[in-house]
Design a protein around this ligand. Structure first.
Ligand code: NHW
Ligand code: EN5
Length: 388
């Protein structure tokens, strides 16, 4: 059934429940001198390109490929529209490798037709920190689908990760592959219900009018928690301590240091928003919340072309109840004109989703590890990891 994935060091469906197989790496590292030195072969008319997404021209090419060919919902009504600034942020964390930003061009026209990326990350699994790649933005142009180009892209990024002496990876997908370490549910909180209904993102509930629906989702004009403010650069040490301690409670999570927190959590306009609670008495940082900005193109609609969505990222509560903290996050997202606030049921998110009027979406997100076997699938609440 999975001609490609059956050949890869990932948990296989046939091995589910086999308690004789230990948790941990499936294959041992090979000496670097034994890693294939040349790129994998592409069909004749295509060539590899290592992408530098800093110059506007190259970033434009990647942006356009993704804007017209990346992930859609199951009814092809919406397509992710990552911004160029978002892509630069997502692909250039501390210690990134340019060689892991891989494009494929048509030799004759130089048109970019496929893409895949990796970034380095330290991921903790139980009590072990593993140096991994996070793989994302796998995309093949719509006109070149089902020609088995994806397996070549995946083998090539794997080869380049191996060349940096890393042997594991983490990735997420909306489809089931061999085999998820966890399966999470997307939840959506309407901020602009009229637009969401107009564009077919959501529907008017049974026995609901538009005006009752608008009233149902109304939020206060301003945030409620005293000391709630935007994160600033001088907060990096305090936020790092807060988040490291919080993430240590999950089975799988990133191992963030101060450099990572500065990169991933310091606010960047229209990319990443982070807020914290500084106690008005002690000036301690006690709570934190964050969301990233990922608009979707609305496909074939008369009056609207973009859905502005916020995605819950990392949230930590020690004093302010998580429910109240996330309600304040919804209030800022509404102030900033987002149409919807999305979240997965990871970490402790289940404790606020229903109460804050999130509803389950029609999409799931499956989490995977490459070359790392898990004995059992995790519950979403055991996952402390959010990928972009
Ligand atoms: S998930 C988003 C993936 N992208 C999209 O959905 C965009 C729209 N779709 C496309 O562009 C986030 C194409 O449909 C793609 C497949 C390119 C998806 N992950 O070329 P063929 C990520 O970026 C397998 C993994 O004919 P295609 C995460 C499929 O099961 N495998 O298909 C990426 C089949 O193999 P099988 C996927 O439709 C993680 C084979 O590809 C997949 O023209 C990557 C068919 O290939 C997916 N999302 O192109 C893995 N979708 O065995 C990283 C399909 O079943 C692993 N397939 O026959 C780790 C690597 C690093 C290790 C380092 C140590
Ligand atoms: C790798 N980083 O399906 C990511 N989104 O629910 C790649 N549904 O937006 C993997 N179909 O339910 C991505 N509205 C996998 C996800 C791909 C995108 C996707 C889903 C997630 C989504 C929306 C729109 C559905 C349109 C028709 C949805 C219902 C909202 C409603 C609001 C009011 C309360 C109940 C729910």
């Amino acid at each position: 059934r999975h001609k490609f994935w059956e050949t890869q060091p990932v948990g296989q469906f046939k091995d589910i429940g086999d308690s004789s197989l230990p948790e941990g790496p499936i294959e041992l590292p090979t000496p670097l001198s034994e890693v294939k030195q040349e790129p994998y072969n592409l069909p004749d008319n295509y060539e590899w390109v290592t992408c530098d997404i800093n110059p506007e021209e190259m970033c434009d090419e990647v942006y356009n490929l993704l804007t017209f060919n990346y992930v859609e919902d199951d009814e092809n009504m919406f397509r992710f529209n990552y911004s160029k600034e978002f892509l630069r942020w997502a692909l250039q964390p501390p210690g990134y490798f340019r060689s892991w930003h891989i494009g494929v061009r048509v030799k004759s026209s130089k048109k970019m037709v496929a893409f895949i990326t990796g970034i380095p990350a330290r991921i903790r699994v139980r009590d072990e920190v593993v140096h991994m790649a996070e793989i994302n933005f796998l995309c093949v142009h719509k006109k070149l689908r089902t020609k088995r180009l994806a397996p070549v892209m995946i083998k090539e990024v794997t080869r380049r990760v191996h060349l940096e002496n890393m042997w594991q990876a983490a990735y997420t997908a909306g489809i089931v592959l061999p085999t998820p370490i966890a399966t999470c549910q997307y939840w959506h909180r309407s901020l602009n219900p009229k637009k969401l209904i107009d564009v077919g993102f959501s529907r008017l509930g049974a026995r609901m009018t538009m005006s009752r629906t608008i009233k149902l989702y109304k939020l206060p004009e301003s945030t409620i928690t005293p000391g709630f403010r935007k994160m600033e650069i001088h907060d990096v040490p305090a936020v790092t301590r807060l988040i490291r301690n919080y993430l240590s409670h999950f089975v799988v999570s990133p191992d963030f240091d101060e450099n990572d927190v500065e990169h991933w959590l310091l606010p960047k306009e229209d990319v990443i928003d982070s807020y914290l609670v500084e106690s008005p008495e002690t000036h301690e940082v006690t709570d934190f919340c964050s969301f990233y900005t990922l608009p979707s193109t609305i496909l074939g609609h008369q009056s609207y072309s973009i859905l502005k969505a916020a995605y819950s990222f990392y949230n930590v509560s020690t004093v302010t109840p998580l429910l109240q903290l996330m309600n304040d996050a919804l209030i800022v997202a509404k102030q900033k004109d987002y149409d919807v606030f999305n979240a997965l049921d990871v970490m402790q998110n289940e404790t606020f989703l229903r109460e804050l009027k999130f509803g389950p979406g029609d999409g799931k997100l499956h989490y995977y590890l490459y070359n790392y076997r898990m004995q059992h699938a995790l519950k979403p609440s055991e996952l402390g990891l959010v990928l972009l």
